[in-house]
Design a protein around this ligand. Structure first.
Ligand code: ATP
Ligand code: MG
Length: 539
């Protein structure tokens, strides 16, 4: 269907005209205004490079989390470029790595970031273009532009689906970040799957407090609302007091909220510190119940967080599973039971399967399914294997890494996620990354995520990371690195005694380290490879 294949967020925006697309610290911005802005930014880029369009070019951009991000992204897309979002909290060396890796010779940014970007321009053949303040761009452009105007690429493009849209770098949890190239068709599938499953509609209003260089922040919380003509309230960064204010404030009232587990933990922490009265607590709960959906993802949601959030707000968080390479693949239901520790079933358009190798080294499919249902034999129920994904949401390739791309797909076109999963009782659950979360100890395979789930139910343990410590006898030993509530102490003997009541013996940690803080990245993830090197030396 041609019109569907031609569906992109900035063309749809024309229909939404003066509806509010973005709210940020400068006020409200209509869809029309963002189209103007992107037209103006696009024109100044073309002037600067003396080009007709940006076809096939990687354009890196570093913007604050506000309307200028959206307008710049659209300016790049509307002129045929590949948008490469940079993270505003990364050090210059990371920009250097990414810009070189994707051979971008053009960076769009605002002068706020000049000190971090200028060293780049000195070292490489890079043009850095600083946008003047958004209002200025608009006033100087207003007279000449109309939101009806199309760019040369928009006029010529017959099918956006095939066109390269974006390179997003993976979190770098397991190595150097890899550039994931997605087409506009990939993005369309990723967006429409969520629009359908979570029933996004024009009347929705969401809060955005995530980084804008990962699919969670880009696709789930920004492009989904913009796709349907809804409103996205962008905060410059995550601030617990600000988020609580919006969640519990008067008009306009949000209808959806999405975040990573650490954000929910921080919101809970802030709530507990406030010494709220009974009435205030009731009011918070009442206000939160006006939202129709709250989602968690990007890392495993600890059960105590899920439970406490439910007590405070009345919401059972919907946990979903996704990756830079595939968008979202599995989700708990919008309507229907949401199981703690599970990531639900396949999203529309996505096929998933769990695969293992049998004793003869042959591939064996344990479970397989799509949005309509999954199959598993009673023998395979709950067995673990690698999660593989196929469908139109799956990315095109790793940028400039043909070997890595080849290795990550099976011969029959399934993407190998590198995550271990199991299917039981009608839902999939993620046991962790095969490379760091599946601990092999004395012949057992132990899921670090499962051990973490247990440890977090201990009253004094605030945060934890479980990993395998290399060991000559056991292969690996289960090691727990934990942070404790203020003033608390915990010895390995205490922990063992406490755990022996309910944990499987081989799951119980035999190494315990108490630390001040666990290093988490902007998405709240722990880099276990790095932790292992820091605490247990090189492998
Ligand atoms: P890199 O690929 O560079 O090592 P990364 O895999 O962390 O980094 P992302 O693509 O941002 O980069 O993260 C995807 C990963 O996040 C998944 O492979 C999975 O391990 C984890 N993940 C996402 N959602 C969940 C979830 N609900 N439960 C458990 N793990 C999750
Ligand atoms: Mg990954």
């Amino acid at each position: 269907n041609r019109s569907e294949r031609n569906s992109v967020v900035f063309l749809r925006a024309r229909e939404y005209k003066d509806r509010v697309a973005i709210v940020d610290s400068n006020g409200s911005h209509s869809y029309e205004r963002i189209l103007f802005l992107s037209q103006a930014i696009g024109n100044s880029i073309l002037q600067r490079i003396r080009g007709r369009d940006l076809s096939g070019r990687c354009v890196a951009f570093l913007c604050p989390n506000d309307v200028s991000y959206v307008a710049t992204q659209w300016a790049i897309w509307r002129n045929g470029g590949i948008a490469v979002p940079l993270c505003n909290s990364h050090p210059t060396s990371m920009y250097d790595y990414m810009i070189q890796d994707c051979n971008s010779d053009l960076v769009i940014s605002s002068s706020d970031y000049a000190p971090k970007l200028e060293p780049l321009a000195r070292g490489q053949e890079v043009t850095i273009m600083f946008l003047t303040d958004v209002d200025q761009v608009l006033t100087s452009a207003n007279q000449m532009l109309s939101s009806e105007e199309l760019t040369a690429v928009e006029m010529a493009e017959q099918c956006w689906d095939e066109r390269n849209a974006m390179i997003v770098y993976t979190s770098g949890t397991t190595g150097q970040p890899k550039g994931v190239l997605s087409t506009h068709g990939n993005l369309r599938s990723q967006i429409t799957a969520l629009v359908k499953a979570w029933e996004w509609k024009a009347a929705d209003y969401t809060i955005h407090c995530l980084p804008l260089h990962h699919v969670h922040g880009i696709v789930n919380v920004l492009l989904c609302p913009l796709w349907v003509g809804a409103t996205c309230h962008m905060l410059p960064k995550f601030m617990p007091d600000k988020v609580w204010d919006i969640l519990t404030g008067d008009e306009p009232h949000p209808s959806l909220f999405m975040a990573v587990p650490t954000i929910y933990s921080k919101l809970i922490e802030h709530y507990e510190k406030e010494n709220l009265t009974k009435e205030e607590k009731e009011n918070i709960r009442f206000r939160c119940e006006q939202l129709r959906l709250m989602v968690s993802g990007s890392a495993a949601l600890p059960e105590p967080v899920m439970k406490r959030w439910k007590e405070i707000t009345g919401h059972t968080l919907l946990e979903r599973y996704g990756m830079t390479e595939i968008g979202m693949a599995l989700s708990n239901p919008l309507r229907g039971p949401r199981l703690a520790g599970s990531v639900g079933t396949p999203l529309p358009g996505t096929e998933v399967r769990v695969v293992t190798e049998n004793v003869d080294g042959e591939k064996e499919v344990i479970a397989e399914g799509n949005e309509h249902g999954s199959h598993v034999s009673s023998f395979n129920e709950g067995r673990e294997g690698e999660l593989q994904v196929r469908g139109p949401s799956v990315f095109k390739c790793y940028w400039n890494k043909p070997d890595a791309t080849r290795e990550t797909f099976t011969e029959d076109g399934w993407f190998k996620t590198g995550d271990t999963a199991a299917y039981a009782n009608g839902v999939y659950s993620i046991l962790g990354r095969t490379s760091v979360d599946i601990i092999k100890s004395g012949g057992y395979k132990i899921s670090a995520l499962e051990v973490e789930r247990h440890l977090l139910s201990h009253n004094d343990i605030v945060d934890c990371a479980v990993l395998g410590k290399p060991d000559p006898v056991w292969g690996e030993r289960v090691a727990a690195i934990v942070t404790l509530s203020p003033g608390k102490k915990l010895s390995l003997e205490d922990l063992k005694r406490w755990a022996s009541g309910f944990m499987v013996p081989y799951q119980i940690p035999s190494v315990l380290l108490v630390v001040e803080e666990l290093p988490r990245n902007t998405m709240g993830k722990v880099n276990k490879k790095e932790l292992r090197t820091v605490y247990f030396g090189k492998e």
